[in-house]
Design a protein around this ligand. Structure first.
Ligand code: GDP
Length: 394
């Protein structure tokens, strides 16, 4: 019996050990789960190429119709406002100056008795309005003389006399036309100069609109390569009226851009080429050299027809000093006074003409695209005084 028991125990032990032998090796040898094939293969490529680009589902596989890319159409070409009568339409923009001239001066003149003090006050008002000392003396002397000789007393007559003297100070006989017409198939070339910020680029754009409104074809030259945004700004202005803009690479030589613009204008047969320039004033010699070079290089194609100096009316007498630098560098043929809507010193028009001896041809009366008006002394004075043209002419 004991023998049987021993044999049974021995058999049980063998069975247990055998079972363990089968299980343990199986646990030890279980293989590492393999990495999915794609993960292994693409890892190195991803490091080099960045995240994979998703392949869009095809129209066939999704059954969804894919919209074709939108066609970008050029913006419609605008038809600018005609220039005739703009100064009259924009006269309310001179409201700040009107307070000084219309209300102030006319108020003083209509006093019962014009004694020395009154005349001095009239003089002060004109000087405050930036008319300039010399011009003010002339205007007041002539006004005193005429009121004395004519015995003028009524407010209406005094106003008529003042208007006449202001128009006289603005010299209505000056030629204010812009020389923008082509000659024998060659485009007229207009150079636009002035201190940065005076409104050169804006004015170039506005002039382009004026010319297009008058039926001309225009090309713009972005020779203000100093200010990065100037070429974009000019291109936008040109694009609106269908005018091409020639521009150079960033920080290109302004003279070479100006040269290319005129060449392109000749090749394409436009009527007028308008060239915007840079006006850095930090270095007078540098500015004069740069503008002198632009002028010389452009004149290889032929003479420049018009050189417009853009002056910011709000800078008053300081602006006049800066203006001289430009008149020394290039032959300025006309002045554009910008931002007259932003000053109470509309008298600067008189001072500019008198000091520079150059006619004011255009005036800027706002930031709007057609807020540029041909300058007319009589209309301007009427706008300053708040009078109607007929009342003065009567
Ligand atoms: P640039 O550096 O001389 O080319 O000057 P911009 O043409 O860039 O003009 C400078 C700023 O003056 C802009 O904000 C224009 O909108 C503004 N400007 C130009 N002309 C006039 C104007 O007649 N009236 C007013 N109020 N702003 C103007």
């Amino acid at each position: 019996m004991t023998e049987y028991l021993l044999i049974a125990l021995a058999l049980l032990g063998v069975l247990i050990l055998g079972g363990l032998g089968l299980v343990v090796p199986r646990l030890r040898r279980r293989p590492e789960p393999p990495l999915p094939q794609t993960e292994v293969d693409t890892r190195a490529e991803e490091d080099l190429a960045g995240p994979p680009v998703e392949a869009p589902e095809s129209e066939l596989s999704t059954g969804i119709l894919v919209e074709p890319p939108p066609v970008v159409e050029a913006p419609p070409v605008e038809v600018p406002e005609p220039t005739a009568g703009r100064l009259v339409r924009l006269r309310s923009r001179l409201s700040r100056s009107q307070n000084v001239f219309g209300k102030g001066l006319l108020g003083l003149l209509s006093r019962d008795h014009l004694d020395e003090d009154a005349w001095e006050e009239i003089e002060d008002s004109l000087i405050t309005a930036d008319v300039g000392i010399d011009a003010t003396r002339d205007i007041v002397d002539r006004l005193r003389e005429r009121t004395r000789v004519l015995g003028t007393r009524s407010a209406t007559d005094l106003r008529t006399l003042l208007a006449a003297e202001l128009v006289h100070a603005l010299d209505p006989t000056l030629d204010r036309s812009l020389r923008t017409a082509p000659k024998e198939g060659v485009p007229a070339v207009v150079l636009v100069v002035g201190v940065n910020g005076a409104g050169k680029t804006t004015t170039c754009g506005k002039i382009a609109r004026v010319l297009v409104a008058d039926g001309r074809t225009v090309l713009l030259g972005a020779a203000d390569t100093f200010r990065a945004a100037a070429a974009d700004q000019l291109e936008t202005w040109g694009g609106r009226v269908g005018a091409e803009t020639v521009r150079g690479p960033e920080a290109a030589d302004p003279a070479s851009v100006a040269f290319d613009a005129v060449k392109r204008g000749i090749d394409t047969g436009v009527d007028t080429v308008l060239i915007d320039t840079a006006g850095r004033l930090q270095n007078k010699i540098g500015l004069m050299d740069e503008l002198g070079k632009v002028k010389r290089v452009v004149e290889k194609h032929g003479p420049i027809d018009e050189t417009l100096l853009i002056l910011d009316a709000t800078t008053g007498q300081n602006g006049l000093e800066q203006a001289r630098v430009f008149t020394e560098a290039v032959n300025v043929t006309g002045v554009v006074l910008t931002k007259l809507d932003g000053t109470a010193k509309g008298g600067i028009v008189i001072a500019v003409q008198r000091k520079l001896g150059i006619p004011v041809k255009l005036v800027g009366l706002g930031e709007g695209k057609d807020d540029l008006a041909p300058f007319d002394p009589a209309q301007f004075v009427d706008a300053l005084l708040g009078t109607e043209p007929l009342a003065r002419d009567a």
